[in-house]
Design a protein around this ligand. Structure first.
Ligand code: GDG
Length: 481
């Protein structure tokens, strides 16, 4: 129970001056054979990004524990108060798999897959967003800062402001915000815009995303914008809400340290030797998601092999595709398509003991990821649309010796920062093939030149700086801006 109230009539308030609200708690529930339950850190872009920030702050994290049913009782983990939000099986289906991952995700990624619009999904999205807002309101101390994350929770800022006008509310969108012609398809476009505008500051990955959002404010909600600010009418006059780019990053130093470890370097050598000591190792690391352009990458690689421009076993591709959203139909279809193409390439161009594609549909520990990055001569990031893409930055952070080459889609947020990569349009298969070959044949000198500037960028703009920049801007008054 909350211990104190702001006054006798107001909503009860909690103890935490910094509260993160995200769809998932940063843990997975593991049930041991003896029936005991433990919580393990779970991988993923957001978790990786916020971990160092939460360790420093005395904060609370509100999120869903990842399985339907009652939420776990609030508990402390590594100095952070974890507060679970419970979802029923139907809510997981309609709010998470449905509206979040089969409506918003494809819509916001430029309709690479067709979004589905269902009124029942929307209604559940509203109910669940309200539950997240209510839970956050119960945890936040008077005047606390609350940072809401991502497309699953776009109504939370306005709901939270309604419950707790004393809070300072930030929102960060990890995925792209689409152009208005696409966003306008959403039957609930106005509600989404006004939901987001409950925040004081809205952060996006790229300037283009912020610009798209400002346009949506004008078109869908008929509001006035000036520069990066939107005027939002409220009970006490207009509020100025700011929308700007805050490109997310990684904990570059921590990952760099892992990549320096002798056991990790030994593992990288072992990986190369297990692959048959090829001349060129190409690597893809993605959640198995249709936004990541895995099929385009495989098509280009298959054609390169067919043309004889790279010949296994001198060149091999390792594709890590970590399992993702397997209950959503489009993800099951994608898995089948990827596995058919991998099988075809291996069937056409492999020899006994020497498949040209090593395909791993598994999640791996961080050390193994670092070893894979170290083992790879060429990193392939070919997303059709991607808010940022942390994998690109992780590869760069691991390459202490300034070798290796990054092929990077122009449709990632990372492309705005990593201009020294081989920038590609993944829809242009000939262009992809050319970039793969140029990256595979790069001279040590050119690799060093490109890697050096990208490493500087990733080192200096790490996740701590990202979070600090966002929180500083959130703390500024309109006049200070
Ligand atoms: C969303 C946006 C944005 C992957 N497999 C394993 C594993 N991973 C880690 C990677 C990386 C993270 O997951 C994936 O992050 P990405 O940025 O590449 O992509 P999304 O998951 O789609 O993330 C994206 C991000 O949010 C942050 O804002 O950049 O645009 O779509 O860190 O290394 N980690 C481990 N084992 C795996 O098997 N340990």
């Amino acid at each position: 129970m909350p211990e104190h109230t702001a006054d006798e009539t107001a909503e009860p308030v909690g103890d935490y001056t910094f509260v993160v609200v995200a769809n998932r708690l940063p843990v997975d529930r593991i049930e041991n054979p003896d029936g005991s339950v433990e919580w393990r850190p779970s991988p993923g872009g957001l978790v990786t990004a916020l971990d160092p920030v939460m360790r420093d702050a005395d904060g609370a994290w509100v999120g869903w524990a990842g399985a339907p049913g009652d939420p776990p009782k609030p508990f402390d983990d590594a100095g952070v108060r974890l507060v679970g939000v419970g979802l029923s099986a139907e809510e997981v289906r309609d709010y998470y798999e449905g509206f979040s991952n089969a409506t918003l995700w494809p819509l916001y990624h430029d309709v690479i897959a067709p979004p589905e619009f269902h009124r029942e999904w929307w209604e559940t999205y509203v109910v669940v967003n309200h539950r997240f807002a209510q839970t956050a309101a119960e945890q936040a101390a008077t005047g606390a800062t609350v940072w809401v994350h991502d497309y699953q929770l776009q109504l939370v800022p306005a709901m939270l402001r309604e419950l707790r006008p004393d809070l300072r509310i930030g929102f960060f969108n990890h995925i792209p915000f689409p152009g208005y012609e696409i966003f306008a398809q959403l039957p609930w476009r106005e509600q989404i815009v006004t939901g987001l505008l409950g925040a004081d500051l809205l952060g996006f990955q790229r300037q283009g995303d912020a610009t798209n959002f400002l346009r949506a404010c004008r078109r869908a909600a008929r509001l006035t914008t000036r520069g990066a600010s939107v005027s939002v009418p409220g009970p006490t006059g207009d509020r100025q809400v700011r929308a700007a780019a805050f490109p997310i990053s990684i904990d570059s130093a921590a990952l760099g340290d892992i990549a320096r470890r002798e056991d990790v370097r030994a593992r990288a050598r072992e990986i190369r030797s297990a692959l048959g000591d090829p001349k060129i190792v190409l690597l893809g690391v993605d959640r198995l998601d249709y936004t990541k352009g895995i099929l385009h990458r495989l098509k280009a690689y298959g054609e390169i092999l067919a043309d004889g421009q790279l010949r296994p076993p001198e060149a091999v591709l390792v594709q890590v595709a970590s399992p993702s959203r397997e209950r959503v139909e489009q993800y099951r279809t994608l898995r089948n398509e990827v596995e058919v193409i991998v099988g075809r390439i291996n069937g056409d161009f492999g020899a006994l003991g020497n498949p040209p594609v090593h395909y791993l549909h598994q999640a791996h520990p961080r050390e193994e990821m670092a070893a894979l990055y170290l083992a790879a001569d060429v990193m392939l990031v070919t997303s059709l649309r991607d808010g940022m893409n942390l994998v690109a930055k992780e590869y760069i952070a691991c390459r202490h010796d300034e070798t290796g080459a990054l092929v990077l889609s122009e449709f990632t947020g990372a492309a705005d920062e990593l201009g020294s990569a081989f920038i590609v349009n993944p829809h242009d298969i000939d262009g992809l093939k050319e970039a793969f070959l140029r990256a595979a044949g790069i001279s040590p000198r050119e690799a060093r030149r490109r890697m050096r500037s990208m490493r500087r960028r990733v080192r200096e703009h790490d996740v701590v700086r990202w979070a600090a920049g966002f929180l500083k801007a959130l703390g500024e008054t309109p006049e200070q801006r």
